[in-house]
Design a protein around this ligand. Structure first.
Ligand SMILES: Nc1ncnc2c1ncn2[C@@H]1O[C@H](COP(=O)(O)OP(=O)(O)O)[C@@H](O)[C@H]1O
Ligand SMILES: [Mg+2]
Length: 463
């Protein structure tokens, strides 16, 4: 779990005090908070900082009183750390308001908005260049409620981002497989490694210029008229500071009805931008999260140290079904495998098993049919509509088979030119609908859940 570190706690308390009193924390107050957070006695705090012991105690008493009333929690020297750790992971009462962008003074906003996705955001702008300024904006990053497994993936991301300093990292995979959650988890574990962290979602796509001005704006920089000038400003920041910029839902800038990863004409700038991230020398990382892979997300051998991609597969871990009232634990793994370890499909199915089978997983499995819920159906409908005509043909052919097939066998059953076939097959893999299996020979397999959808919709893809 991501606990606030002492710097974050100091910033947070400073913000609260400043709001109420118009003054920032002084050195004694800072030392008291820092020391208490580290478990030091007042005596130790006084000694370490050459302050008078009784003054330190007095200031401490005042601070805990202030924090207790402001936060509505009983805060004492002995529980300050545990309280902040708890507050970090549960949604706090709403504190704080707008961010005053005109204000050039030291402003630091911490807010926890209790909405359907509990949102945390804090910002700091410090005009004193000597003091370390940290800026994290995770407003649009969904909060993690449960997190299991993914140890290897977290290690991989750490290696690429923290050790090898790779500029462009893509986290790829089917919708619902856990890309956003994994990326958010990585950030929570590594908040202190970056001076700037900004999370943006392209769920509602926007032009590159508008995204960049948005980035500059949240980072409280003035922005210019032209994309060129704004890019220059952004790269200046990426060069000067260790930043992590996360762009989620990149697939929205790609075209429907064509092969995977083709930019829509109005978003072609993004292609240049992604290239620039790997070409320009800077100390930051940009993470792209997408259901579709585009050429810029490929990790070519010669560019290994510039760009990497992590392709997620399902979670094969029964813990993801923990504590939700399901019975017959021995059958959970089988259920997870049927639904390809996709936490989103599983969420739906769990509800169905609870409603209809009263949580009895074995009874559900005994039906022996792969059920596609309404939610899945509408999601697959959108996904099917994103496919090109060639891909649809390949999918329809694959849906007739209940086992993997070799490339040659598949091709024989289709009336496609070699080029069309090869491109279509590649594109389906770039959407993670078809996977390549390496056994004695190489075989291709359609996602079983998607296959079921194609079958029940009468091989037309529409309900
Ligand atoms: N490692 C995990 N442990 C537990 N639940 C997870 C995990 N990864 C994802 N989930 C759950 O699965 C759902 C989909 O995850 P998400 O990250 O939004 O997928 P994606 O971004 O790939 O569409 C979320 O509700 C999330 O809570
Ligand atoms: Mg996501």
């Amino acid at each position: 779990m991501a606990f606030m570190n002492v710097t974050e706690v100091l910033q947070f308390v400073d913000q609260l005090v400043f709001e109420r009193t118009g003054k920032h924390l002084d050195d004694v107050q800072k030392a008291v908070i820092e020391g208490s957070y580290k478990g030091q006695t007042y005596h130790e705090i006084a000694e370490n900082n050459h302050f008078n012991k009784s003054h330190v105690g007095e200031i401490g008493g005042e601070l805990w009183k202030f924090l207790s009333t402001t936060l509505g929690e009983d805060i004492k020297k002995t529980n300050v750390r545990s309280t902040f750790e708890r507050l970090q992971i549960t949604a706090l009462p709403i504190i704080i308001q707008n961010n005053n962008k005109q204000n050039n003074n030291h402003t630091f906003n911490f807010s926890v908005l209790n909405s359907d996705q509990a949102i945390q955001k804090y910002q700091e702008k410090d005009t004193d260049t000597k003091s370390q300024s940290v800026y994290h904006d995770l407003t649009l990053a969904p909060q993690i409620i449960k997190f299991h497994n993914r140890e290897t993936e977290l290690q991989t991301l750490s290696k690429w981002i923290l050790n090898q300093n790779i500029s462009l990292i893509s986290v790829l995979g089917l919708s619902g497989i856990g890309k956003t959650t994994l990326s958010r988890k990585f950030i929570d574990l590594n908040l202190d490694k970056f001076e700037v962290i900004i999370w943006k979602s392209l769920k509602y796509p926007q032009s590159l210029n508008s995204l960049i001005t948005d980035l500059l704006n949240t980072y409280q920089q003035k922005y210019e008229e032209t994309l060129q000038a704004n890019l220059k400003q952004l790269f200046d920041i990426l060069i000067q500071k260790r930043c992590l910029i996360i762009l989620d839902n990149i697939e929205t800038i790609f075209t429907n009805g064509q092969f995977a990863g083709q930019y829509q004409p109005e978003y072609l700038d993004y292609q240049k931008f992604f290239k620039m991230i790997t070409e320009i020398n800077h100390q930051s990382s940009v993470m792209l999260i997408s259901q579709e892979k585009c050429p810029e997300m490929n990790c070519l051998y010669q560019q290994l140290n510039l760009s990497q991609c992590l392709e997620l597969s399902g979670l094969n871990d029964i813990n993801i079904l923990d504590n939700i009232g399901l019975k017959n634990q021995d059958s959970w793994l089988q259920l997870i495998q049927i639904y390809e370890g996709n936490a989103t499909y599983l969420k739906d199915i769990v509800i169905l098993i609870q409603d209809v089978y009263d949580g009895e997983v074995t009874e559900f499995l005994a039906e022996n049919s792969l059920i596609i819920t309404q939610n899945m159906q509408s999601h697959f409908h959108d996904l099917f509509n994103r496919l090109s005509a060639i891909e649809k043909q390949i999918i329809l052919e694959l849906s007739k088979l209940n086992q993997p097939i070799s490339r040659d066998d598949l091709k024989q059953n289709l009336s496609l030119s070699s080029v069309e076939f090869v491109k279509g097959l590649q594109s389906l893999q770039q959407r993670y609908l078809v996977t390549k299996i390496k056994e004695d020979k190489i075989l291709f397999k359609l996602s079983p859940v998607f296959r079921q959808y194609v079958i029940i919709t009468g091989a037309t893809g529409s309900p």
